[in-house]
Ligand binder design. Structure first.
Ligand code: MG
Length: 204
C-alpha cells in the first residue's frame, strides 16, 4: 500500500506558508510505516521543534489503474475518510531552503493518521461536497470542504496515475485547508467528517 499526498491544494493554505498557488498538482509519498496504528498516541520526535497538524480528506483506491482519464477517475475510489498529514515544519523549511525532498519532514513513523472508518460512496455521493474540521483541545482549528480543493480527487487521480500505477488499497491525502499549526505534548486532536467523529489522537 502506498500513500500519495497532495500539497498546496487549497489556495488559502498555500498562501499561509508563502507558496504560490500551483498550476498542476504537487505530490509526494509516505511509506506504509508512516501510518499511526489505530488508537496509538503520537510521540513528538525529538528531532523537531515545530510539529504541525494538517487535516485532510483521504480517499481509498479500490481499482488498479494507470493513465486514468479524469472522466473515469471516480470509478477508481470507493470511500472517503479523514486523516492528518503530520509535518515537521522546521525540518520541511530547511529541506525546502536546501532544495531537498520533504520525506524527512513528512514520511516519518506515525506521520499519517487515517480515520478509524471509511464512508463508502456511491456515484451520487461522490458528487456531494464533503465538509470536515479538526479540533485541538476542543477548539476548531481547521475547516474545509471538498469543493475548495484546487484539484479535485478526480483531477488528482488522473494526474498522479500518469506517473504511478494506482493499486487497490492505496490512499490519497488531498491537501489541507488553511489553519495549520503546532502541537504540544498533552494536546488532543479530533477530526470530523460531515460532523461525524472520525479519529482522536493524543500527542505525547
Ligand atoms: Mg498535507
Amino acid at each position: 500500500m502506498k500513500i500519495i499526498c497532495i500539497g498546496r491544494n487549497y489556495g488559502a493554505h498555500a498562501k499561509e506558508l508563502g507558496n504560490d498557488v500551483p498550476t498542476e498538482p504537487v505530490f509526494f509519498c509516505k511509506p506504509d510505516s508512516a501510518v499511526l496504528p489505530k488508537g496509538n498516541p503520537l510521540y513528538i520526535p525529538d528531532w523537531t521543534n515545530d510539529l504541525h497538524y494538517e487535516v485532510e480528506l483521504v480517499y481509498r483506491i479500490h481499482r488498479l489503474g494507470k493513465n486514468i482519464d479524469q472522466d473515469h477517475a471516480s470509478r477508481y475510489y470507493d470511500a472517503v475518510g479523514l486523516g492528518i498529514d503530520f509535518t515537521a515544519r522546521d525540518v520541511q523549511e530547511a529541506q525546502k531552503q536546501a532544495r531537498l525532498p520533504w520525506e524527512k519532514a513528512k514520511a516519518f513513523d506515525g506521520s499519517a493518521v487515517i480515520s478509524n472508518h471509511w464512508v463508502e460512496l456511491d456515484d451520487e455521493q461522490k458528487k456531494q461536497v464533503q465538509r470536515f474540521h479538526l479540533e485541538k483541545n476542543g477548539d476548531v482549528v481547521q475547516r474545509g470542504e471538498s469543493d475548495q480543493m484546487i484539484f479535485s480527487i478526480d483531477a488528482i487521480i488522473a494526474y498522479v496515475s500518469q506517473f504511478m500505477t494506482l493499486k487497490i488499497g492505496d490512499i490519497i491525502f488531498t491537501g489541507t485547508p488553511a489553519g495549520v499549526g503546532p502541537v504540544q505534548i498533552g494536546d488532543e486532536l479530533k477530526g470530523f467528517l460531515n460532523d461525524q467523529e472520525m479519529f482522536k489522537v493524543k500527542i505525547k
